[in-house]
Design a protein around this ligand. Structure first.
Ligand code: SF4
Ligand code: SF4
Ligand code: FES
Length: 309
């Protein structure tokens, strides 16, 4: 009996992007195809290490024959597809998505990539009215679905919430949350399989929450911090960073980032050690590492405080 070898043949699909005919492997998304050609498209809920959840609508492009814009992160290419990524309609849609988010969410500390997109599309955070003052009441979580009070029109309606500080590892500031679901995906099947957090509420009251809104120490959370790692708006933040921002000592220009291997076990996760004034202030992991794809466990992510002791 001869050994058989499984061979998978991937067909190539030909599409036209911004007037140029290109070929890409069957099953590629429009976004992957565009990025392989050096055409970048803004994304928010999409991260290359997570399954697209298709919620933010920032990555929209035009597809000839389609009445509406389509999300490039999750729409697969088809033979003969004609895609336009840079029309006025596309730009206006992306700008509007960012302005609607910025009108209700505090987007003052976002990822460099997102800040770049906001600058490119000249996002006016106050397009829908001056932002309302922060609420200390946690109003959103005490509302019942369908009972959102309309703003009086002089201020944009916001989702401000007090920061949740209930453990020593990381804080949750959902006034910064754009509901991109990245943290839910990372806590779920895409990485951690812990399912400690999910979406609660609907409409304006929608928010990321633990089961029955319990504090994090009472939830299923194992403090891997993988949710913190993927959050694009600093809604989830290391407690050290939060405290340093509060006392205005956080200064990225004085920080170094050193890549090393986690010493705790034999998996060999790559760590990026962020240090300021000879103190470790944060640990991240590179997205392009093929063992961990940016994910760590509690030891690699948070097990460094003894060094600072
Ligand atoms: S720290 Fe880990 S387990 Fe806890 S909520 Fe975040 S992803 Fe889930
Ligand atoms: S907490 Fe961060 S990662 Fe999670 S949904 Fe909100 S913005 Fe996205
Ligand atoms: S990045 Fe495509 S819908 Fe969010």
């Amino acid at each position: 009996m001869s050994d058989s070898v499984a061979v998978s043949i991937q067909r190539s699909v030909s599409v036209t992007i911004d007037g140029v005919e290109v070929a890409a492997p069957e099953g590629s998304s429009i976004l992957q195809t565009c990025r392989s050609q050096g055409i970048d498209i803004p994304t928010l809920c999409y991260l290359e290490t997570l399954t697209p959840v298709n919620t933010c609508r920032l990555c929209m492009v035009e597809v000839q024959g389609s009445r509406t814009l389509v999300p490039s992160c999750s729409r697969k290419i088809e033979p003969g597809m004609v895609v336009i990524t840079n029309s006025d309609r596309v730009s206006e849609s992306r700008k509007m998505v960012l302005e609607l988010l910025a009108s209700s969410v505090d987007m003052s500390i976002v990822s460099d990539e997102l800040a770049g997109w906001m600058e490119l599309y000249q996002v006016d955070k106050e397009r829908f009215g001056p932002l309302a003052a922060p609420s200390q009441l946690g109003e959103r979580e005490t509302m019942r679905a369908g009972h959102h009070h309309k703003s009086d029109g002089s201020r944009a309606a916001t989702v401000f919430e007090p920061v949740k500080i209930d453990n020593d590892q990381y804080v949750r500031d959902y006034s910064r949350c754009v509901l991109c679901y990245r943290c839910v995906e990372a806590c779920g099947t895409d990485a951690q399989n812990t399912f400690a957090i999910a979406l609660g509420g609907r409409g304006f009251e929608a928010h990321i929450t633990t089961e029955f809104d319990v504090p994090l120490p009472e939830s299923a959370c194992v403090y891997c911090g993988n949710c913190v790692a993927v959050c694009p708006t600093s809604a989830l933040m290391f407690k050290i960073e939060h405290d340093m921002r509060q006392d205005q000592s956080w200064d990225e220009s004085r920080q170094t980032v050193t890549r090393t291997i986690c010493p705790y076990c034999g998996v060999g996760c790559n760590l990026e050690i962020h240090a300021q004034d000879n103190r470790i202030v944060k640990v991240t992991s590179p997205l392009d590492h093929d063992v961990t794809n940016g994910m760590l466990c509690v030891k690699g992510r948070f097990g460094f405080e003894f060094i600072n002791s």
